[in-house]
Design a protein around this ligand. Sequence first.
Ligand SMILES: *[C@@H]1O[C@H](CO)[C@@H](O)[C@H](O)[C@H]1NC(C)=O
Length: 312
Amino acid sequence: MTFVLLTLLLSVPLLALCGSPRALVVWHGLGDSYQSPGMVQFFDEVKKIHSGIFIHSVYIDEDLDNDRKAGFVYGNVNTQLELVAEQLASVPELKDGFDAMGFSQGGQFLRAYVERYNSPPVHNLITFGSQHMGVSDIPACRRYDFLCQAARRAAKGAVYSRWAQQNIISAQYYRDPTNLPAYLSSNHFLPYINNELPEARNETYKRQFTSLNKLILMIFTEDQTVVPKESAWFGAEVVEDNSWLSQRPFSLFRTEKTIVPMRQQRIYTEDWIGLKELDERSAIVFDSCKGEHMHMGDCWKPIVEKFTGGLD
Ligand SMILES: *[C@@H]1O[C@H](CO)[C@@H](O)[C@H](O)[C@H]1NC(C)=O
């Protein structure tokens, strides 16, 4: 009896010390797939830092090519999120929770997972170059990616059309500061997860988002793909008041866009999703990678060391 008790008492701290690192979930970016060579290489690097770490790469389709396409066309984010929530709940290694890392659009999708589902729960959420406040332009495509180019043209032409909103992923986080009413009434994803609609504000989103241990927001300093790049830090272009503009035609020639930083956004000051609460708890980490969108270099290493695997 004493022996059993002693073994139990001893094994608790030992388990904490030698137990495997906290699991990690990664959601890839637009134009990538869940097991692309780049992703696989990244996972290998992470495993060198946290030996024995379990990594789950989020997929929409197990077929790699379809998975890549699902990131751009053929998709409704809300439906994809439901699918991903079921997927994460079905992985035994994730049942005690995990850290989550989102690349580009994968970042705001993982945030939506936290707000809507969070079962199993996310401990630290890390996003790289994500579009938390949307984009005011559609990201450019790779040169010979004709599918992407066709989708982009269609999206730009009719971004708030019913078809685009149901089928083109990036249209679902397009937030046009010159026409906010159209965005608020037609976009069925971003205004919801940002709790921008007073009549549809969901307290669960805020409660689950503020349950995060840390929110790590990485921006790419030379990002030319995400417009504006400050969306990665919850910044956005100033919302234009069209009635005021029409009285002052000269302001139409203005080319510099003013960026409103997170702490001056209403989503923050009125704390629609809990950003202010997290910030006041010092739970938001703002950091940057030097370079163009998703040119990660080694900037992810200290982040992975510090915020994944279970130390913080
Ligand atoms: C708020 O979000 C939760 C989680 O997704 C959902 O279960 C609930 O139905 C939503 N509430 C409203 C009023 O839409």
